[in-house]
Write a protein that binds this ligand. Structure first.
Ligand SMILES: NS(=O)(=O)c1cccc(F)c1
Ligand SMILES: [Zn+2]
Length: 260
């Protein structure tokens, strides 16, 4: 997209077409301009309750790798923060670059991080399933966490060591007893705004909750993300990198902060 060109970033074939939905007024990702965000004292602390037993499997969907959760009951959910209801954990995944200079979807004061974690939840008070919630306003809540290069992350290592078993598109590995709260920074501060999915169907159904503080992972751990492939077994090898969407226009939206 244009903004990637502005940022002098390569535009991955995935995004060369003007991927915006007609009339999209609340698309994601966006640049968060810290000084334009508005402190909202009414924002509550986010409550995060994850049950490690709900973890199902990890798989390569040909765009990223994701860890999916059993979501037939409210065992793993978030509430509070900007949310009116309980939102049930469905999956988490990452976006990353070919090199550490870029990779995140959101930016803060135009700062790009090497990667970004998305924890995807759906409104289980108002909808019967994730698929239904995807299509509706207030259907989804996604927590975004920036990754920066630094210390080794022991929790992430549990994911990294099974990546070789899902190298190709549509490969899956059983995964149990993983608590994704180990991937969250200890600082409770976040920004929140109304946006969309950053991949098709790009529906404008997401309350974004972007954590202010990044988590640290080491160089080797991020390099392991880059050994994954977009392609199926037997097809020409295409390294899974740069799976992020270009920045989208703010269109007059206000980003609120939970901190002053
Ligand atoms: N990248 S994202 O906006 O979190 C997203 C894209 C597609 C499906 C989904 F559940 C979440
Ligand atoms: Zn995502």
């Amino acid at each position: 997209g244009d903004s990637a060109r502005l940022l002098c970033l390569p535009v991955h074939p995935l995004w060369q077409s003007p991927i915006t939905i007609p009339g999209g007024s609340r698309q994601s990702p966006i640049n968060i301009q810290w000084r334009d965000s508005v402190y909202d004292p009414h924002l509550k602390p986010l409550e995060i309750r994850y049950d490690p037993e709900t973890c199902l499997h990890m798989w390569n969907n040909g765009y990223c790798f994701l860890v999916e959760f059993e979501d037939s009951t409210d065992k793993s959910y978030i509430t509070g923060g900007p949310l009116e209801n309980n939102y049930r954990l469905k999956q988490f995944h990452f976006h990353w670059g070919a090199i550490n200079e870029w990779g995140s979807e959101h930016t803060v004061d135009c700062k790009v991080f090497p990667a970004e974690l998305h924890l995807v939840h759906w409104n289980s008070c108002k909808f019967a399933s994730f698929e239904e919630a995807v299509m509706e306003a207030n259907g989804l809540a996604v927590i975004g966490v920036f990754l920066k290069i630094g210390a080794h992350h022991s929790g992430l290592q549990n994911l990294v060591e099974v990546l070789p078993s899902i190298k190709h598109k549509d490969t899956l590995v059983e995964f149990d007893e993983f608590d994704p709260s180990c991937l969250l920074p200890s600082c409770p501060d976040y920004w929140t705004y109304s946006g969309s999915l950053t991949t098709p169907p790009l529906t404008e159904s997401v309350t974004w909750i972007i954590k202010k503080k990044p988590i640290e992972v080491d160089e080797d751990q991020l390099e392991m993300f880059r050994m994954l492939l977009f392609n199926s077994f037997g097809d020409e090898e295409q390294r899974m990198v740069d799976n992020f969407r270009p920045l989208q226009p703010l269109m007059g939206r206000t980003v609120r902060s939970s901190f002053s």
